[in-house]
Ligand binder design. Structure first.
Ligand code: NDP
Ligand code: X2W
Length: 342
């Protein structure tokens, strides 16, 4: 069954990445491509890597242009998805790559985003318990934030096995593409090259409530997350170092066993051999999550480190994986576990 797919926000980083993946998807025909300030431009001038689509012209992002498709990906700035989705009809599969429909608690939405809360859709992180059942057959998907993907998958087995205390500390490095393509002074090359800078420090990053929302049900109690991202001079990639105090009785063996059990059947989560550490390079352009876990016996802490490509598993790859589940396609169709090296 070939589905006709539209991409809104095709001029942006997330829209470009979803198109890169969809071009290799055997059951997808690419329909309308839309932009905002770039409407009317040729895609080839904006996304020259998408060779088969180079001659396509971007249309404006309107319900009329997006009508008549089986699937619509919304790769729009936060706050722009709900109004577009509302006009698309219940039978269309709408995959929102922005934040509008991720959070369950409206108070969290108000605090971190500050506009009216659009509501909550099935959450596109299939590896979390219960997620696949919620995604199967759905016509609405909220794609997770990139940091919550990396952090939730790193800590999920430790909380599910009740090995970790409910106070997590996360320090993560991210490439600049996470901030989107729009011009931002702090992302100028001369500001970013040759330096590493923290941002969103002190519990104010908007991905924090999403991590808490994902981890707390696994732990059976509220998990607090102290999250500090760092901007590093690379285009793609997230490396998240996540730690939590171990519960009494935790051993290196019980920790390893919990991670092996949690991810034994997961195509896109690779628990690396002991002693091998995740790197952003190894997941570049792939839908893989590379993961390693260690028990720091002297500090009695669990350390879990994950690497993802923020644009692939962190947004567009996760979006395609979730689309596959919703439509009943094999989950890995059009997606690769293989990175690029060197
Ligand atoms: N970059 C990443 O790693 C990740 C991004 N996301 C999410 O994906 C979404 C898109 O992000 P990203 O691609 O990085 O951002 P970009 O800034 O690269 O792209 C934004 C896109 O939205 C369009 N756009 C801008 N303003 C409006 C508007 N008012 N109405 C309609 N369309 C508009 C732009 O069109 P034009 O260029 O023509 O003006 C462009 O196509 C965001 O919600 C982001 O949070 C999620 C996870 C990771
Ligand atoms: C470098 C950088 O600025 N990264 C972004 C990542 C956000 C993202 O990609 O996720 P959303 O879908 O929630 O926007 C940030 O920290 O806000």
């Amino acid at each position: 069954m070939v589905v006709r797919v539209a991409v809104a926000g095709a001029s942006g980083y997330a829209g470009g990445e979803v198109l890169r993946l969809l071009l290799s998807h055997p059951e997808v025909e690419i329909g309308a491509l839309t932009g905002h300030s770039n409407a009317g431009q040729l895609l080839g001038g904006l996304q020259p890597h998408l060779v088969p689509l180079a001659g396509r012209t971007l249309e404006p992002t309107t319900a009329e242009v997006l009508a008549g498709h089986d699937v619509v990906f919304l790769a729009l700035p936060h706050g722009q998805s709900a109004a577009v989705a509302a006009e698309l009809g219940d039978e269309v599969l709408v995959v929102d790559m922005g934040a509008d429909h991720r959070l369950k608690d409206s108070a969290d939405w108000d605090r971190f985003y500050g506009a009216p809360h659009a509501g909550t859709w099935p959450y596109g992180l299939p590896e979390l318990p219960g997620a696949r059942a919620a995604l199967a057959g759905t016509r609405r998907i909220a794609v997770p934030g990139c940091f919550p993907t990396a952090v939730s998958l790193a800590l999920h087995p430790a909380y599910q096995a009740r090995l970790a205390e409910p106070e997590a500390v996360v320090v993560a490095a991210t490439g600049t593409s996470g901030a989107g393509k729009a011009l931002k002074p702090h992302l100028l090359g001369s500001e970013v090259m040759g330096t590493v800078s923290p941002y969103g420090v002190g519990g104010v990053h908007r991905h924090t409530p999403e991590m808490v929302q994902n981890l707390s049900p696994l732990a059976g109690e509220r998990v607090s997350v102290s999250f500090t991202p760092h901007l590093v001079p690379m285009a793609r990639g997230i490396l998240a170092t996540c730690s939590a105090k171990a519960r009494p009785g935790t051993t290196a063996e019980s920790l390893r066993a919990a991670y092996e059990k949690a991810y034994a059947d997961e195509t896109f989560v690779q628990l690396l051999p002991e002693g091998v550490w995740p790197t952003t390079k190894a997941v570049y352009g792939s839908n893989s999550v590379h993961l390693q876990v260690a028990y720091d016996e002297s500090a009695q802490r669990i350390i879990a480190i994950s690497a993802i490509d923020n644009l692939t598993k962190g947004t567009a790859g996760g979006a395609v994986q979730s689309m596959n589940i919703a439509l009943g396609f094999p989950e890995a169709l059009g997606l690769s576990t293989i990175g690029v090296a060197p």
